[in-house]
Write a protein that binds this ligand. Structure first.
Ligand code: CA
Length: 274
């Protein structure tokens, strides 16, 4: 279902809109535009154990960019990495047409910016962040992904994971060394093998999907998918509109212990759209 591409280019542009660190929801249908009506909702929460929320929601309704960044690296580094990555990527995408090349360039620019920042400030040493993004055009969804946050798509009532985790345990599962069940309880399940900001170069997974009426997209950090089963996520998305679904998924992760920061973005192309 997914196709992967590789490009190189560097772009930097001016600041854009974004919202971070709180719950919000919106119905974005506009009758006078050809774009399919999209309803979206996003929630983020520090959970029950961590002292701070180092996840950052990535939301630009104007550009139709939605996603999650999950920062790591000390009490200051994690937040700096996820928020900085979000800001750099949205800045770089401003004015660009949706596409994989622009996405890849934006994430490469964010990677360099974060890497330089931590080289220059010892208190940020070791910081990095996951990033999973969905960028919508009128007829396509462009995906970009680094780390162990995830993008899912519920299509024809089936929930499909659209991204591969860049984590130690996911690699062991892919090699057949451990089972998916063993991975869920593995002591090293939090170790990620790719992140934005940790090295001078970065490999970004990219994919493009047709955008269809009725599709529901979910982007989440491991604070959700590590605690709530795919079955429960699918059921919640099938039975609830985005705002309610995002709220229920967040609550499910909290009810399961909330051991990590939790971020959830839900997008739905409404039935009846072209
Ligand atoms: Ca996390």
């Amino acid at each position: 279902m997914t196709r992967k591409f590789h490009f190189t280019k560097a772009t930097r542009q001016s600041m854009t809109d974004y919202v971070r660190g709180k719950a919000f929801a919106s119905a974005a249908a506009k009758e006078d535009t050809p774009r399919a009506p999209l309803v979206w909702a996003a929630q983020t929460h520090k959970g029950k154990v961590r002292p701070t929320n180092q996840d950052a929601l990535v939301v630009s309704e104007a550009m139709q960019v939605y996603g999650v960044a999950d920062g790591m690296g000390g009490h200051k580094g994690g937040e700096t990495a996820s928020a900085g990555c979000r800001d750099e990527v949205l800045r770089a995408l401003e004015g660009e047409k949706p596409g994989l090349q622009a996405l890849k360039s934006a994430i490469e620019a964010a990677n360099v910016a974060l890497f330089c920042q931590q080289e220059a400030d010892e208190s940020l040493s070791g910081m990095g962040t996951t990033l999973s993004l969905v960028w919508l055009s009128d007829d396509a969804a462009y995906l970009a992904h680094v780390g162990d946050s995830r993008v899912y798509c519920l299509r024809d009532n089936e929930l499909q994971q659209m991204t591969d985790d860049h984590s130690l345990v996911a690699e062991l599962v892919r090699k057949g060394a451990i089972t998916a069940e063993q991975a869920e309880k593995h002591p090293l399940r939090n170790v990620i093998t790719r992140a934005v900001g940790t090295e001078t170069g970065i490999e970004v997974d990219l994919a493009v999907e047709e955008r269809r009426a009725g599709d529901i997209w979910l982007v989440c950090s491991d604070g959700l998918h590590g605690l709530v089963s795919d079955e429960e996520m699918a059921k919640t998305l099938r039975e609830n509109a985005p705002a309610k679904a995002a709220e229920l998924l967040l609550q499910a992760a909290l009810d399961a212990g909330g051991r990590d920061n939790i971020s959830v973005v839900v997008l739905q192309d409404k039935e009846g759209a072209r």
